[in-house]
Design a protein around this ligand. Structure first.
Ligand code: AAL
Length: 415
């Protein structure tokens, strides 16, 4: 019987195939000077995309392309980086009372994290276990003065009794709201599971009143956000509160991480999750800002589209706007129009992010960029970084990889 061959050509490949078949025989070569506008000629899929998918055919003219520059913050102590103090997952930065404010996860425990099987009521399982929400202020965005706790862990059985972490700030009608991950199960059970709770205050300096309620609930156990509602990130958009968040799903060991959206008319909810969730198919911590008529997003670390800046003209349907590198992790940008319900977002130039490379704890650092319609900083628009050879060698082969390669060579030699 004749063996059936199934030709499974993806739609994209088919388009390319048809495109190349219909390529004109006689058009001249593509011009030496890259046209600023899409030229009137048959284009390959890649050149079509270069004019349709990005805000400019060259990165240096693309308002949503930028490199990132980093600066060590002054004023914050990490106990000689012994892992007993962590600061991570900073909020957006706001400007009030003549200074900058930032909130973040703060852990100060007798030891660094010891894992879910060895943790206790005082020994943390993870970097963000047994944590509180603290805040700091700054006159210049480089030197910060820690002000202390904003949101302590509430008593059992309130949401967050085990740990409160990964906060973000909303200013709405003169009041302030801090949303945060509220851990209420022992870490030895399902890992990073939590809903989101919220506290409110009349001043960014507090005092903060907890609602002691879950404001963004987990989804159903068979849904993508059934276990973790992470990285709550509120913006004011189209007259409502657009709260973006991340969830880990699909299951260990390699979690899938995607982002969703919940919308409310009031900061204390009810929040309605968007029916198109997940609305960002990659990324990790959430970082977004109003840009022109829509919302722009940092999509970092995980997923097919990691290390991109994305844009949704409607705040929901995100497309890749640029590809970049060395993006800030868990970035909390200074977003001047985060809460103004702007009709034309101007973008961002700096913020606070974290680095978790030093074992056992994390530290905050400042990032700067040019993703702003009000700034033109060519030094932020180079196409690439250069890395020293040592940096490449730090990312070397594992022993088993080297052995596989040596076996392949021996096989070639007939050994
Ligand atoms: C962070 C965030 C959330 C996770 C953990 C602490 O990067 O994604 O806050 O729960 O890691």
């Amino acid at each position: 019987m004749k063996k059936k061959t199934s030709l499974s050509v993806s739609g994209f490949a088919l388009a390319v195939l048809l495109c190349s078949c219909s390529a004109p025989k006689d058009q001249s070569g593509f011009p030496l000077i890259l046209p600023k506008e899409k030229p009137g000629r048959k284009l390959s899929a890649a050149m079509e995309r270069n004019y349709s998918a990005y805000m400019a055919p060259r990165p240096e003219h693309n308002e949503l392309y930028s490199q990132f520059k980093y600066t060590e913050l002054k004023g914050l102590d990490y106990s000689n980086h012994d892992g007993t103090i962590t600061r991570r997952d900073p909020s957006k930065v706001i400007f009030a009372n003549g200074k900058y404010y930032v909130w973040y996860t703060h852990r100060h425990t007798p030891t660094p994290p010891q894992g879910p099987e060895r943790c206790t009521d005082t020994i943390p399982a993870r970097d963000w276990d047994l944590s509180e929400i603290w805040y700091a202020t700054s006159e210049d965005g480089f030197t910060w003065e820690e002000q202390g706790v904003a949101i302590p862990r509430p008593p059992k059985p309130n949401p967050g009794w085990r740990s409160v972490s990964t906060t973000d700030i909303l200013e709405w009608k003169g009041k302030y709201y801090l949303y945060y991950q509220a851990f209420q199960i022992h870490p030895s059970k399902r890992g990073d599971d939590c809903p989101v709770a919220v506290s409110y205050a009349d001043s960014p300096d507090g005092p903060w009143t907890p609602t002691n309620k879950i404001v963004i609930p987990n989804g159903a156990k068979d849904e993508w956000d059934g276990y973790s509602i992470h990285d709550p990130y509120p913006l004011v958009y189209k007259g409502k509160i657009y709260l973006y968040y991340k969830s880990d799903f699909d299951g260990d060991p390699r979690w899938v991480r995607m982002q969703g959206l919940a919308i409310a008319d009031h900061p204390l909810g009810p929040f309605k999750k968007h029916p198109l969730n997940p609305i960002i198919n990659s990324g990790h911590e959430t970082t977004l800002f109003p840009f022109k008529e829509g919302i722009a997003a940092f999509v970092i670390k995980d997923g097919n589209e990691h290390f991109t800046v994305q844009y949704a003209r409607d705040g929901v349907n995100f497309e890749i706007a640029s590809i970049t590198e060395l993006m800030p992790i868990a970035a909390g940008p200074f977003v001047p129009d985060a809460f103004t319900n702007t009709q034309f977002g101007k973008g961002i130039t700096w913020g606070i992010c974290h680095n978790t490379w030093v074992k056992g704890h994390s530290l905050l650092m400042r990032f700067d960029c040019d993703l702003s319609l009000d700034v033109n900083d060519p030094l932020m628009k180079a196409h690439r970084y250069s890395y020293k050879p040592e940096f490449y060698y730090e990312h070397g082969l594992k022993k088993e990889q080297r052995k596989r390669i040596e076996d392949e060579t021996r096989k070639l030699k007939g050994e």
